[in-house]
Design a protein around this ligand. Structure first.
Ligand code: SF4
Ligand code: SF4
Length: 116
């Protein structure tokens, strides 16, 4: 009985659908509340640095003179602390993951009046 069960499990593993997906070739299915990555509506941001201070992984850098906000998505652990702490509600936890990359990079957004 035991060996029959083992044989059936083995055949199911060999011939059945893989238990894992070939990410990123097969796009993942995102749920409504998936904690994917943080985005900032920079025009609403007041560059107060509260998110930078709240971040447990030092993933955010606010540069007030340059009017820029930078996030290192490879440091972010999607804890949502910055989103909750932001007094202007300009941070959003978007439900898609950061795309895989061969090298680490940061993402900077700058206020329009500073960029022009
Ligand atoms: S907490 Fe909000 S308003 Fe303050 S710097 Fe961060 S994103 Fe901008
Ligand atoms: S979600 Fe958490 S780890 Fe990611 S930037 Fe915000 S506070 Fe930092």
């Amino acid at each position: 009985m035991g060996s029959f069960k083992l044989g059936r499990m083995t055949m199911r593993s060999l011939l059945g659908k893989p238990a894992t997906a070939m990410y990123p070739v097969v796009p993942p299915v995102y749920f409504e509340r998936t904690k994917g990555h943080v985005e900032n509506d920079i025009e609403t941001c007041i560059l107060c640095s509260i998110c930078e201070k709240k971040c447990p992984s030092q993933a955010i850098v606010v540069d007030k003179p340059a009017k820029s906000w930078t996030i290192d998505p490879f440091r972010c652990v999607q804890c949502n602390a910055c989103v909750i702490a932001c007094p202007k509600q300009c941070l959003t936890m978007v439900n898609t993951y950061t795309a895989p990359a061969t090298s680490k990079s940061t993402l900077t957004v700058t206020k329009a009046e500073a960029a022009s």
